[in-house]
Ligand binder design. Structure first.
Ligand code: HEC
Length: 216
């Protein structure tokens, strides 16, 4: 029994020696086995720097920079914010969400007028943002498929004008896919303004119409 108490005391002393009492603060710099990226050559906020002529290390954003973490306004800030942009940041209507209540709506919202200019804008934005994956004709065979095992959807089969079709996607759903992405497809809401998303939706329908009604 004597030896038990002795060894117990020894273990207790050893633990305290290594771990210390709780709340004890070490003054020494901790030894870092894996420093990760704790130490980097960088400038911190609000410090001076002689690299730039004005002596500030922090740079002003480039003119026309959009604030991140907010929805993208419908036009560059240099052209001013529209009432729609202000609504947009809190917008809950069909124009901003593609939804009517809990359901995707169909058709263009009243804010968007179907004109040749809108379709032209949609064609341009589609070719910039979507064609790389979904193909210029919307058949899902963009150059992306050569380099990937992921298969982009065939956008010429979204049940145009046929809500009974198993592939039917209402316009609001197409809008929502652009805004938030879908399964393996990423979100493009940060890159494409609300109005341009609707322009793309309108253009998608023309692609679908063209695929279903080939020129004779
Ligand atoms: C990087 C490749 C890529 C780009 C760029 C891309 N998509 Fe997709 N998209 C996909 C893939 C992959 C799927 C299939 C996702 C899945 O089902 O997992 C898809 C699916 C879709 C769908 C079908 C959703 C459904 O309900 O089945 C729509 C609509 C769509 N994309 C529209 C667009 C539009 C419009 C753009 C341009 C703004 C765009 N995509 C840009 C890869 C892409």
């Amino acid at each position: 029994m004597k030896y038990f108490f002795l060894s117990y005391l020894l273990v207790a002393i050893t633990v305290v020696a290594f771990a210390g009492f709780r709340g004890h603060k070490f003054e020494n710099t901790p030894f870092e086995l894996l420093p990760d990226m704790d130490d980097q050559a960088k400038v911190k906020y609000q410090v001076s720097s002689n690299l730039f002529a004005d002596g500030h290390a922090m740079r002003k954003p480039v003119a026309g920079t959009m604030p991140m973490g907010f929805n993208v306004p419908s036009q560059p800030a240099s052209e001013g914010y529209t009432p729609q942009d202000i609504e947009f940041t809190h917008g809950t209507g069909y124009y901003y969400t593609g939804k009517m209540g809990d359901f995707y709506g169909d058709g263009l919202p009243p804010e968007v007028e179907l004109t040749p200019a809108l379709l032209e804008r949609g064609r341009e934005r589609y070719n910039i943002n979507c064609a790389i994956c979904h193909g210029e004709s919307g058949n899902g065979q963009g150059i992306f498929v050569k380099y990937s095992t992921v298969v982009p959807a065939n956008l010429t089969d979204m049940g145009l004008a046929d809500p009974a079709a198993p592939t039917f996607r209402p316009d609001g759903k197409l809008y929502d896919v652009i805004t938030h992405g879908w399964n393996q497809m990423g979100a493009y809401g940060a890159n494409i303004t609300v109005r341009d998303r609707w322009a793309i939706v309108a253009y998608l329908r023309t692609l679908e119409y063209a695929a279903k009604n080939p020129a004779k």
